[in-house]
Ligand binder design. Structure first.
Ligand code: FAD
Length: 582
């Protein structure tokens, strides 16, 4: 037992001093290695962390971010194949769909997070985590520059990490649309800390309103909760807050309970406008019944420490609403480090990083981007129409028969998913129907198309291209997909498994990424949820709430968080939510 613990301590010591041991090897084994070391040290006086410098023959994969995309990648990557370094200012994964529940104590903050070291610790192989921010990506030098927030000397805070493959999973930041006063006066709901702050702030408002010194007007103002943004997060927070107040706080603050007001401001014509119309209508009606004041068509143009100023979109009328607390939830913007990187690689005038369908960042080698920080630049059929025609025209006759085209149909549909979408929307059974349609002859099997007719038949398919939503579902599926590609890198090099290369020879190494939509929820409070499932199947009410509970319990990243979340739900059912301000 003692011997075992000695080995464990010794190996931990070795792990902790990897940089030292590697440096020694670098000094003694190769002067080339030394050169690499001194080079990476030279940037801006940065010091180098214990990054792997020796060629262990394993490629170095650097993962930026421990959110949905990064964690999904790490959970599925075969870490025995690579030397993996993970960099994030957050040493945990957060289950963001439950953050609105954290704001009101329906679940506790610690129940929705899992330490990243627990996650990577369960994997075989070499993975190292450094709690730091990436401040610059240097694609030419194949390195990332990092800055730690730890309380150490300034020269120890900065370091660089070299990579062979870089996976950027940095997510996004809140978007204030540069509205004056928002950063200074509003709460955001993006991180776990934000949710904790909101929870404290709600209780603060109630305690302040209960003071004997406050006037009636002051109490009304203090208990006015304003939510800006009628998307899923804003709506769920409004619903959670309403439940918290009506089920729990009315009992502990009986004197001020009648003064509480919740207002939801939305610039568009409806809340939840990305959902089915039936869900939008139900949500607006339910909020009306619950006394939540939904003001649609309201643009916020300024916030100060007393009031929020709005302009009515249709009448142009301007008004100022006093508030006690504001939660700003109007969508996402680009992180500065991503902006800087986009400038470097000439992806200017974009909101997020563009990748191809294999999630490789356009314009640089061996750099991948997944999750909210990226979008797939789907290739248009029309860009490759000549090449598709030439590849399909096997006998080089200059015309294409249906039979000839059938040989490449699967590859076309895989390479250009918009084709399938177009067929689905047009209710056409197959691409052959599309060709027949364009020829205006449904009877003859032996249709022949020249290039102009072929172009004509596919001319509208690109209109179906849609970018993917910035959701956890997309991020997690991209992480999983990319990890599977990394795991099969060698095999796929020898036996490419993707579709035909229309602009080149052979096949693509991998199948392109395909998103599978599994549906989405909008919890509306009072144990009622709206669910929009694949096939535009809509379900609203208490039964969907149970579906929500089961899906979110099953999607937890570990058994520990699953047990914690379920026990929080049971605790809330039995004892209600806690109103202590801690
Ligand atoms: P994130 O999960 O945001 O992760 C980004 C990671 O990068 C973090 O670890 C962060 O610390 C790290 N990072 C940031 N800056 C740096 C830096 N400079 N250097 C290194 N690392 C850095 N989606 C759904 O599908 N369903 C839902 O119900 C849902 N509910 C949501 C509720 C809320 C309140 C919020 C905020 C989001 C919700 N989403 C939901 C959206 C979902 O959370 C995001 O789409 C998802 O988190 C995107 O994953 P990501 O990995 O790209 O980014």
């Amino acid at each position: 037992m003692r011997a075992f613990s000695f080995f464990r301590r010794a190996s931990r010591l070795f792990d902790e001093n990897r940089s030292l041991s590697k440096l020694l090897v670098v000094f003694t084994v190769s002067s080339g290695g030394l050169l690499v070391y001194s080079e990476s040290n030279s940037y801006n006086g940065m010091t180098n962390a214990d990054q792997p410098q020796i060629d262990t023959k394993k490629k170095r994969v650097v993962v930026l971010g421990t959110g949905w995309a990064g964690t999904s990648f790490l959970k599925n990557l075969d870490t025995t194949l690579y030397d993996v370094n993970i960099i994030s200012p957050r040493n945990y994964f957060a289950f963001t769909p439950l953050l609105p529940s954290v704001t009101c104590g329906t679940v506790e903050a610690r129940s929705v997070v899992e330490p990243i070291r627990n996650i990577i610790g369960k994997r075989k192989g070499d993975s190292t985590f450094w709690e730091a921010k990436c401040v610059k990506i240097d694609a030419k030098g194949k390195k990332v520059h990092c800055l730690s927030d730890q309380d150490v000397n300034s020269e120890l805070k900065e370091f660089t990490v070299d990579y062979d493959y870089l996976v950027i999973a940095l997510g996004a930041q809140v978007n204030t649309f540069n509205t004056p006063g928002v950063v200074e006066n509003c709460h955001f709901l993006k991180e776990v800390e934000d949710a904790q702050k909101i929870r404290r702030s709600v209780i603060d408002c109630f305690e302040r309103a209960s003071l004997p010194t406050l006037s009636e007007d002051g109490k009304v103002k203090t208990l006015h909760f304003v939510i800006v943004g009628g998307g899923p997060t804003g709506v769920e927070f409004a619903a959670q807050l309403h439940d918290f107040v009506s089920e729990d706080l009315v009992k502990v603050y009986p004197d001020v309970k009648d003064l509480v007001k919740i207002t939801l401001l939305e610039a568009g014509d409806h809340i939840l406008n990305m959902f089915d119309k039936r869900i939008t209508a139900f949500a607006e009606e339910k909020f009306h019944r619950d006394g939540i004041d939904v003001k649609t068509g309201s643009m916020v143009f300024e916030v100060n420490d007393e009031a929020i100023s709005i302009k009515d979109r249709s009448s142009g009328a301007v008004s100022s609403i006093p508030y006690g607390m504001i939660v700003w939830s109007t969508g996402i913007g680009t992180r500065p480090v991503i902006m800087d990187f986009m400038h470097q690689i000439s992806q200017t005038n974009r909101r997020v990083l563009a990748t191809d369908e294999w999630l490789r960042v356009d314009g640089c080698d061996n750099v991948y981007a997944i999750g909210d920080c990226a979008t797939i630049n789907q290739r248009k059929v029309m860009e490759d129409i000549m090449e598709i025609f030439n590849k399909a025209d096997a006998d080089k006759s200059g015309t294409l028969t249906v039979k000839e085209f059938q040989h490449v149909i699967d590859d076309v549909c895989e390479r250009y998913p918009q084709v399938e979408l177009y067929l689905k929307n047009k209710r056409l059974k197959s691409i052959v129907d599309l060709l027949k349609d364009s020829k205006g002859n449904r009877e003859r099997e032996s249709i022949e198309l020249d290039i102009e007719e072929f172009k004509n038949s596919l001319s509208e398919v690109d209109s179906q291209m849609k970018s993917l939503p910035a959701t956890a579902q997309v991020a997690a599926q991209q992480g999983l997909y990319l990890a599977r590609c990394f795991n099969r890198m060698k095999e796929a090099e020898e036996n490419p498994e993707g579709p035909l290369r229309f602009r080149g020879m052979g096949r693509h190494r991998f199948h392109p990424f395909r998103y599978k939509h599994l549906g989405q929820f909008a919890p509306l409070g009072g144990e009622q949820t709206a669910a929009q499932l694949p096939g535009d199947w809509v379900s609203i009410g208490h039964s969907s709430q149970w579906l929500w509970y089961s899906v979110y319990a099953s999607k937890q990243v570990s058994w520990r968080t699953r047990v914690l979340v379920i026990s929080d739900w049971i605790r809330r059912f039995v004892f209600g939510r806690d109103s202590s301000r801690i």
